[in-house]
Design a protein around this ligand. Structure first.
Ligand code: OGA
Ligand code: MN
Length: 299
């Protein structure tokens, strides 16, 4: 079968915990059979790196469509050609009209789609222009981190609930956020309660923590914060993480519900430009959740 040949022997694990390089020509990624194999590899390795594959936007969109149901990114329209096609452009150039503060807050560990009933299934990032300085992207394997938790901690976190909101993340960008800032943020992603220990339908378990985690329900603020910080430190240990240093033309696809991810700081003038698409999730955080999808698809 042609599809079987496309991917076999072209997948090379990066670290024991996560990540694999996939080496193929851009057009081969959308050939019959290839997308299914990419999804299978994504489920196994969680972060797929296509080094310098140099995929154009049209194939990027075809691949996105072949992997799932793409979010409509028109709300982040910045007037660029890519954005007109439904691609979200991540950049900090001065004239950009995308949501700058959301992009800056990518520097904190997070999961995409925490404001949806379930998280983004996968995020695709294509490097149009690699940063001259800084700007790596980090990934942490939550399944592995949860599995390795001491039994005592597992018992402690079992059944706890976490309040998530985007203000928990964005307020860190400002010395003194104003009431208007909170109104703006709450309009996108007001506080929503999620399980701390999220048992996915696929049988795996993730911890729903990261920058949007605000508080633990029923715990005082300081104790809740301390537990969230401790869990974040645990999950982002070197042994559970992979840090990608970008080169022009790289494509990275990541299995968002299995991971926390972040960018590492880079100056505005670093020339870093990414094209991004996201796939709608299938799994809900909690079958009882009724939260409607919010306006922006950034968290
Ligand atoms: C994202 C994200 C990080 C980066 O696109 O969801 O968090 O390194 N990006 O740009
Ligand atoms: Mn993200």
């Amino acid at each position: 079968m042609e599809g079987a040949q496309i991917m076999s022997a072209r997948i090379e694990p990066i670290t024991p915990a996560l990540g694999a390089y996939v080496r193929l020509a851009p057009e081969d990624a959308v050939k019959v059979g290839a997308p299914a194999q990419i999804l299978e590899a994504l489920n196994r390795h969680h972060v797929l790196v296509f080094p310098q594959v140099g995929m154009n936007d049209d194939i990027f969109l075809q691949l996105t469509a072949a992997l799932g149901d793409r979010h409509d990114n028109t709300v982040t329209d910045d007037g660029s050609a890519a954005s007109g096609k439904g691609i979200f452009r991540i950049a900090r150039d001065k004239d950009d009209r995308t949501q700058g503060e959301f992009i800056r807050a990518n520097d904190y560990w997070h999961m995409d789609g925490m404001n949806y009933p379930g998280p983004v299934k996968a995020t695709l990032l294509k490097c149009e222009s690699a940063p001259k300085e800084g700007g790596d992207t980090g990934f942490a394997n939550l399944h592995a981190a949860y599995e390795a938790l001491p039994e005592e901690t597992r018992r402690l976190v079992d059944g706890l609930k976490v309040g998530h909101c985007v203000s928990a993340s964005l307020r860190r960008l400002y010395d003194e956020p104003t009431a208007e800032d909170f109104v703006r943020w709450d309009a996108v992603f007001p506080r929503m309660v999620r399980p701390l220990v999220w048992k996915q339908a696929c049988g795996r378990t993730s911890l729903l923590i990261g920058s949007t985690a605000n508080d633990i329900v029923g715990m005082n603020e300081a104790d809740g914060r301390a537990l969230l910080d401790e869990l974040l430190d645990w999950c982002t240990q070197d042994r559970f993480t992979y840090r990608h240093e970008w080169q022009d033309g790289d494509l990275v696809i990541f299995n968002n519900p299995a991971l926390l991810h972040r960018s590492y700081p880079y100056p505005d003038g670093a020339g870093r430009v990414m094209h991004r698409t996201t796939l709608k999730g299938h799994e809900t955080f909690d079958p009882a959740t009724t939260a409607a999808p919010a306006a922006a698809d950034l968290y």
